[in-house]
Design a protein around this ligand. Structure first.
Ligand SMILES: [Zn+2]
Ligand SMILES: [Zn+2]
Length: 377
């Protein structure tokens, strides 16, 4: 419902291809939103910026970035309003950019020292949204597998809410996510193993870490599918009827916590922090990419590394693909355990196989805790 309203508000009956003013309008609104959020972070850093990230910001670059976003929002807004009859997008983008400028723009000074109290983490949400959108949206628009599926497909706002939910409470969530792993290292830390692994070349250490992580992922993912209580949580991730970069964010926080905990526990036995950090960046980029609406594939690489078509088969509601392809990085892990399914074609249908779950974020968050027979929805 909300998606429909937003689409109606921003969209119109005019064409949305390149050169129609649609994309310049979208870019104007997007950059305007980011610049406004960026300036808010400068004004209220204590409340809105993540304490973990604050010490690492090169502030002069962040200020240049905010300045560029303001200029880009106005520029694209002007282009869009020239080309397009309905100017809602262009006006929204330009108004946000003007508001950001009126509020002091990129030159707002940060006064006093900042404490470590929990914060909302708007900075991390805005930066990651910008980074992910810049990487994946052009790939999906230039080489889509399903060209008729737009960037603002049905349910996209639901997935934006999921994206937001995993970014805003960064402190709470990262605490939740790391808790099982940190607890376990107290009892399981193996210094001899750490020393042994540290002697290997960095790339080999990284490769081993991905193998360990993906094997752990395989088993927890299998459990999420086979244990009915766990499936209630994982079903949320499988409820997307169309996949793209942001559909991968749709995941219940219990699901996320279990998966990351299971992956991090074995990794923390023997790998250094820099390897684990590198893995976290890799998994974010690769797992997002495997959900992309991206057609091209490298045949020679397909057997060794998970490509979008491989994970799309994991998301199909077609019988032949159900409970297959649990690995997220290496298809050969599924081959070893007999759950490999990789035809040349793409699936025709995605989503849950005849199961109904709540269509909104709140419902999807609460519902899995309630046994199916007791649900009123
Ligand atoms: Zn799954
Ligand atoms: Zn997935």
């Amino acid at each position: 419902m909300i998606e429909q309203k937003i689409n109606e508000f921003f969209g119109d009956a005019e064409a949305t291809g390149f050169g129609t003013g649609w994309w310049s309008g979208i870019l104007s609104a997007f950059f305007g939103f980011l610049s406004f959020g960026g300036v808010l972070c400068l004004h209220f850093p204590q409340l809105l910026s993540s304490p973990e990230l604050r010490p690492h910001y090169p502030m002069h670059i962040m200020r240049i970035l905010i300045q560029c976003l303001i200029v880009a929002a106005i520029l694209f807004g002007v282009i869009s309003s020239i080309k397009r009859k309905k100017k809602t997008l262009a006006l929204s983008g330009m108004l946000l950019a003007i508001a950001a400028t009126v509020l002091g723009g990129s030159s707002v000074q940060i006064n006093g020292s900042l404490g470590n109290e929990p914060a909302i983490g708007l900075d991390w949400f805005l930066l990651d949204l910008l980074l992910m959108a810049i990487i994946y949206v052009p790939l999906e628009r230039l080489w889509p597998q399903y060209p008729e599926q737009g960037t603002f497909r049905n349910e996209w706002t639901l997935d934006v809410v999921y994206f937001m939910s995993t970014h805003l409470p960064i402190q709470i969530l990262s605490f939740l996510v790391l808790l099982p792993a940190i607890q376990a290292t107290k009892y399981l830390g193996v210094p001899g193993l750490q020393a042994l692994i540290a002697r290997l070349p960095w790339l080999l250490q990284f490769f081993l870490a991905v193998v360990v992580a993906d094997t752990a992922e395989y088993f927890i993912h299998l459990a999420l599918h086979k244990v009915p209580f766990l499936w209630r949580f994982h079903a949320v991730h499988h409820s997307s009827k169309a996949l793209d970069w942001i559909a991968g964010s749709r995941s219940h926080f219990v699901d996320d916590t279990l998966v990351r905990g299971f992956i991090l526990v074995p990794m923390m036995l023997g790998f250094s922090q820099s390897i684990i950090f590198a893995y976290l960046i890799f998994v974010t980029l690769h797992a997002t990419w495997t959900h992309c609406n991206f057609g091209p594939s490298a045949k020679w690489l397909e057997k060794y590394l998970v490509m979008p078509r491989y994970h799309h088969w994991h998301h199909t509601s077609q019988k032949e693909g159900i409970d297959k392809n649990f690995a997220i990085h290496f298809p050969w892990i599924d081959k070893i355990f007999g759950t490999y399914y990789y035809p040349d074609a793409w699936p025709e249908k995605y989503g849950l196989d005849g199961e109904e779950i709540s269509p909104n974020f709140l419902g999807q968050t609460i519902e899995p805790f309630i046994p199916r027979r007791k649900r009123t929805l």
